[in-house]
Design a protein around this ligand. Structure first.
Ligand SMILES: Nc1ncnc2c1ncn2[C@@H]1O[C@H](COP(=O)(O)OP(=O)(O)OP(=O)(O)O)[C@@H](O)[C@H]1O
Length: 717
């Protein structure tokens, strides 16, 4: 009897396979036909004579533009056009195929439904417990435009128990997880799990924090959420855009192909230091105390004061030759002019106009009074000295000219006068952020003036820059870039673009000053923040989520946890769990590792002189064993060690060498941790090892240069 059942099941399966095989062929054929039709109409438009009426030219341009946009929307690259099917549990037994884009057949009926459309939700979320109106779900394995695999899941109660954990498309998921990694992250659109989907589809305008241990899919959720939001809120977000922020430029390179592979080009992916326009070259700061101080929100007040210190009256009168006269710009007059600048709204550079207007007008009035109405010495005051009474070539009032006309004329001429502009530069200069910060870091009196009442003397001293650098050769740190952006906002140098939604990955390390950079570009509460407090490495580690979020201006948010680890093999997940407990104490929550493989973890001690040869050997072994990628990771700031390791001959298409902060958010098949016996502070050491160890999908080797430290036994227990 059982044998008969199996046979029928097999026959049913092969019939289903043939049916789906034909469906996939049809979908691809339809896609090609549609592309050909669009290309034809675009060619026809291109072949039209160039001249014609403006109307005809406009129509031609519109046809070409819309055709290009439609072709771009149909682009799936080498990725499967479709990958799923849902059968609804209704009378008509309606079914939909789910794929990367929407496609209709010649009757206008849906052939493929975009994975982001509401109807596709049940494909990702239905379980036997909550089938969401589905009878069945299929996962289609498509390669080279052909069906190569088919997985079927019955969702109506069949008498069988639902599987614990209810993974969606278990076989397809495991196949995806065991694939060797490349230097670029892959999309997960075919195997998104229910808890991930629920977060991807959350509405736009509510701040959410998604936290999870390493490998729980935070970055994957971040990128798929960006694609979902652009699709669902296209009318709003097309203009404003969606911004995804990561911790470093190497992270940006690592994830950059995911969105295009989802057919989305309307999302910007950047590092926070890369947000400021115009871009300046910068590096993470090497000195922890300096980085901490420069990220501190008190710097807002220091910078405000530094800008205000540039708005200052003259100490001594200045004489401006003007025509046959000499105008005197007294300290008192400049005081009034500066006050006039302070009372108007706006940023420093924009308010300069009010100062200039005031000063020029006051001088013009005096000029007029003394030159026009009276030239007797008794009428002269401090501001205007008329030296050449007999030689007047000033714009004397003609009968038809009003006094106001003459004032305007003088103001105009004064504005053009070099000496007048020199006074303006003294009392209210046009500020460039780079100059302000450079001066502040290099000139002790300016630093004292700006920071005296806000920072301690030791802190003020920490901010000093090496004297030998000039503005042209200065090396900015990433922390400096956040301060440059703050000054931009104070002086009104560059208006930042405001995005409709901002997604921030690896947010646990973002300093308060960096958070303000993001805040200036985000619409209120339209934020998705992802991270893991245990992976915080910066001088700001140890904060709660409320503390991380406060400088973003977010007080009200939903906090959600991702519960499953898709990356670490069992052994590595166990070691990571112990480290996590150590870092977070009672707060530590533990995710469920779902991969079935054990993975490898070994420990070696190697003499510094033999390190390069050892690593080259290890790389040969790992890269020879299987396809995939390798990272060699050293602690942050271990510059000599990094220099030594850079002597290894490596295949850069498969090997990545970096410090811990440089591999944040990334993933490799095998990882060598080198020199983690040199980090002095225990908390930072545990966190660094935790981040580095959890990059691996397969093997980890810990390489020590002296002896095996005591904590290793605990990690391996
Ligand atoms: N539903 C899924 N289907 C297939 N692969 C998945 C799924 N979810 C996550 N993964 C894979 O698991 C790995 C870890 O995901 P991801 O990098 O997004 O984790 P993370 O939480 O951001 O980790 P970290 O905190 O270390 O940055 C990636 O290779 C990702 O493609």
């Amino acid at each position: 009897m059982a044998g008969g059942n199996e046979e029928r099941e097999e026959q049913g399966h092969s019939a289903a396979f043939s049916r789906e095989y034909a469906y996939v062929e049809k979908a691809y054929a339809t896609l090609e036909k549609l592309r050909a039709r669009i290309e034809r109409s675009m060619r026809q438009a291109l072949e039209l004579p160039r001249g014609g009426t403006p109307q005809a030219r406009l129509e031609r341009d519109v046809t070409i533009e819309t055709s290009l946009a439609r072709l771009a929307r149909l682009e799936v690259g080498g990725h499967p056009l479709l990958f799923g099917r849902i059968d609804q549990d209704d009378e008509e037994q309606t079914s939909y195929h789910i794929g990367r884009i929407s496609l209709s057949d010649e009757n206008g009926d849906p052939l493929v439904v975009d994975w982001r459309a509401p109807v596709a939700e049940s494909f990702y979320r239905a379980t036997t417990l909550h089938p969401m109106g589905l009878r069945r779900r299929w996962h289609l394995g498509v390669a080279h435009r052909q069906l190569v695999g088919l997985e079927q899941e019955e969702l109506v109660r069949t008498g069988r128990d639902s599987e614990a954990g209810d993974l969606v498309g278990r076989a397809s998921l495991y196949a995806a997880l065991e694939r060797p990694r490349t230097m670029e992250m892959a999309n997960i659109v075919e195997t998104i799990q229910a808890d991930q989907d629920e977060l991807i589809r959350r509405p736009l305008n509510r701040a959410i924090i998604i936290e999870g241990s390493p490998g729980t899919g935070k970055t994957a959720v971040a990128l798929h959420r960006a694609a979902y939001l652009v699709y669902t809120y296209r009318w709003r977000l097309e203009r404003q855009g969606v911004l995804v922020l990561g911790p470093s430029e190497s992270f940006v390179r690592y994830v950059r192909s995911v969105l295009p592979s989802l057919g989305e080009s309307g999302v910007e992916v950047r590092s926070i230091a890369g947000l400021r326009e115009p871009r300046v070259q910068s590096m993470p700061g090497q000195d922890t105390a300096v980085a901490r101080l420069k990220g501190d929100e008190r710097l807002v007040r220091v910078l405000r004061k530094a800008v205000r210190d540039r708005e200052r009256p003259l100490r001594q009168a200045v004489h401006i030759p003007f025509g046959s006269r000499i105008l005197v710009v007294s300290p008192e007059l400049t005081q009034r002019a500066v006050r006039a600048g302070m009372t108007v709204r706006g940023r420093h550079n924009q308010r300069r106009k009010a100062v200039e207007d005031y000063l020029a007008r006051e001088l013009a009035i005096e000029f007029l009074r003394n030159g026009q109405l009276s030239t007797s010495p008794a009428d002269l005051d401090d501001n205007v000295i008329n030296l050449f009474d007999d030689d007047l070539d000033l714009p004397l009032q003609l009968p038809e000219e009003s006094e106001e006309d003459i004032i305007k004329d003088v103001v105009l001429q004064l504005r053009r006068a070099e000496n007048f502009q020199r006074v303006m530069e003294r009392i209210w200069p046009v500020l460039r952020s780079e100059e302000v910060l450079f001066d502040l870091w290099s000139r002790e009196p300016l630093r004292q003036l700006a920071a005296r009442s806000i920072l301690s003397d030791e802190e003020i001293a920490l901010l000093a820059r090496p004297a030998e650098q000039s503005l042209a050769t200065v090396e900015w740190s990433d922390e400096d870039v956040m301060l440059l952006d703050e000054i931009d906002a104070l002086v009104g140098a560059h208006e930042p673009k405001i995005y409709g939604h901002v997604i921030i990955d690896e947010a646990q390390d973002i300093s308060p000053m960096a958070a303000r950079v993001v805040r200036r570009r985000a619409s209120k509460d339209s934020l998705t923040v992802l991270g893991d407090l245990a992976q915080a490495l910066s001088p700001f580690r140890g904060r709660t989520w409320s503390e991380v979020l406060a400088p973003f201006g977010v007080v009200d948010f939903d906090l959600v946890r991702l519960p499953m680890n898709y990356r670490s093999p069992r052994r590595l997940a166990e070691a990571a769990g112990r480290l996590r407990g150590c870092i977070l104490g009672d707060q530590a929550d533990h995710e469920v590792p779902i991969r079935l493989v054990d993975g490898h973890l070994d420990v070696v001690v190697v003499d510094r002189g033999a390190l390069v040869a050892h690593l080259e050997n290890q790389l040969r072994q790992w890269l020879g064993e299987a396809e995939g990628t390798v990272a060699i990771v050293v602690p942050d700031n271990a510059v000599p060690l990094l220099d030594l390791i850079c002597k290894c001959k490596v295949d850069v298409t498969r090997v990545f060498v970096a410090s811990v902060s440089g591999v944040k958010g990334m993933e490799f098949d095998s990882v060598a941790l080198v020199g983690f016996d040199t980090v002095e502070e225990t908390d930072l050491l545990m966190r660094s090892v935790y981040v580095a160890l959890t990059r691996a999908t397969r093997s980890v080797s810990m390489v020590f240069l002296d002896s095996v430290p005591g904590w290793v036994e605990f990690v391996l227990a």
